[in-house]
Design a protein around this ligand. Structure first.
Ligand code: AMP
Ligand code: MG
Length: 410
């Protein structure tokens, strides 16, 4: 394997295709109660066995009538024959009468419209009104929302609050979901110190562990965290085997360059199979991937911004496929640039960016002024990436592709 600085750059699309090619969805499934289903991935399609609503319902507080009883001219007067609050069944409407009815109550047989209470005057023995609504007015027909046999949720979708709500609306109390993907992680570097500890000269606080932890949690992964690992081959091999034995995927940061302190590469070569790329993207040039004893492995670079970007671009697709979801490249929003980017790069760039309203009220994209891959502030300031194609420049007002961070992490 060649891994020196003369190996060609692997383009983003090629790298993504190769990285995801061998990844299989997890086959482990479990039924979970609705309240535990948020953020889980549905393992089977859900079809409704009910009409929702099950029968025609009033969408207003008012009076259920039969439009055939309207007076030929002038006011219509009708006796009040019954009162139907939500939750009760009511009786068939007596001919020539009206039923007092409330929102969500079933329309009685024989009624075909509901007159809003604001349009009705009460008499001693009934109601009087001048409006002549068409049949069907203020009635939600049976199956207005869902018809029996409709597909309401699809296998492979990650469940949001409204998805769980709709499952409840057809009476389901549990959903069949994929078991969470288990991700083992560790962080290499003798310079790293945990937050809360003293910072000796030459040391830095470990931030990648916390960024990665949050990213994995927001995707609903289970985390096996092996913490900090020193820059020795033995320690790296131990951590690698420990993580691989307990996880579906191992993700690490640092140690994937070709320096003599970079042991991740050598550890994987010893224990499994390694591919090392010089990626044609910026940030995030070196990225290692492969497998250890059948467990997929992705070695991210050490620079904190590179970790964030390569996670979004390469780890997210792998996790989504493992979760049983379909991976599609996030949709970009074409927006006008509020910045100049005068120096073309042979690598595709993912600039940290955010939206801003210009003086005319149109949305434009700004970039963080310091795009160094060690400047984590850029990711905190930003809400997304601007994707700049290889060998391209941008001038203020040009259209650029904006990729919101949320699209990767949903
Ligand atoms: P490496 O790829 O190991 O050469 O690391 C590249 C850069 O990222 C170095 O400046 C490291 O100090 C820094 N770095 C590596 N791991 C971490 C970490 N966990 N948190 C913050 N910075 C890191
Ligand atoms: Mg290092």
């Amino acid at each position: 394997m060649k891994s020196c600085d003369t190996t060609p750059l692997v383009a983003y699309d090629d790298a993504l295709a190769q990285l995801t090619a061998g990844i299989e969805p997890s086959r482990q499934r479990e039924a979970v109660p609705l309240r535990e289903a948020l953020g889980r991935v549905l393992a089977e399609d859900v079809d409704s066995e009910l009409d929702v609503p099950a029968c025609a319902m009033s969408s207003m507080d008012g009076y259920a009538v039969n439009t055939g009883d309207f007076a030929a001219a002038g006011d219509t007067r009708l006796l009040l024959s019954q009162r139907i609050p939500a939750g009760s069944a009511g009786a068939p409407l007596a001919p020539g009468s009206a039923a007092r009815i409330f929102t969500g109550a079933p329309i009685p047989d024989g009624a075909d419209a509901v007159i809003m209470q604001e349009q009705v005057e009460l008499d001693d023995d009934g109601i009087r009104f001048s409006v002549r609504p068409p049949a069907g007015d203020n009635i939600r027909p049976a199956g207005n929302d869902i018809r029996r046999g409709d597909r309401i949720l699809n296998r492979g979708q990650r469940l949001r609050a409204q998805d769980i709500g709709i499952a409840a609306s057809i009476g389901l109390s549990a959903l069949m979901v994929h078991e969470p993907v288990r991700v083992g992680m560790f962080f290499t570097g003798d310079e790293l110190v945990e937050p809360g500890e003293d910072l000796a000269p030459g040391k830095i606080y470990d931030s990648n562990r916390y960024t990665l932890d949050g990213l994995l949690r927001s995707l609903g992964c289970e985390i096996v965290d092996l913490g900090l690992v020193g820059d020795t081959l033995a320690a790296t091999c131990d951590a690698m085997l420990g993580a691989a034995g307990r996880a579906d995927l191992v993700v690490t940061s640092g140690g994937v360059s070709v320096g003599e302190e970079d042991h991740v590469r050598v550890a994987i070569e010893r224990l499994g199979e390694l591919r090392l790329w010089r990626l044609g993207i910026k940030p995030g040039k070196p990225l290692a991937y492969g497998q250890i004893e059948g467990t997929a492995f992705i070695g991210l670079p050490g620079n904190p911004v590179s970790v964030f970007a390569t996670f979004c671009l390469f780890v997210v697709p792998v996790i989504k496929i493992m979760q049983g979801r379909e991976f599609r490249k996030p949709l970009s929003l074409p927006l006008r640039a509020d910045f100049d980017w005068p120096r073309p790069d042979s690598r595709r760039e993912f600039l940290r960016a955010r939206l801003v309203a210009d003086t005319a009220g149109d949305t434009r994209v700004q970039i963080y002024p310091n795009q160094d891959s060690g400047v984590l502030t850029s990711t905190v300031w930003a809400d997304g990436f601007v994707e700049i194609p290889e060998n391209s420049t941008v001038a203020v007002g040009d259209r650029v592709d904006y990729l919101p961070f949320t699209q990767f992490l949903e």
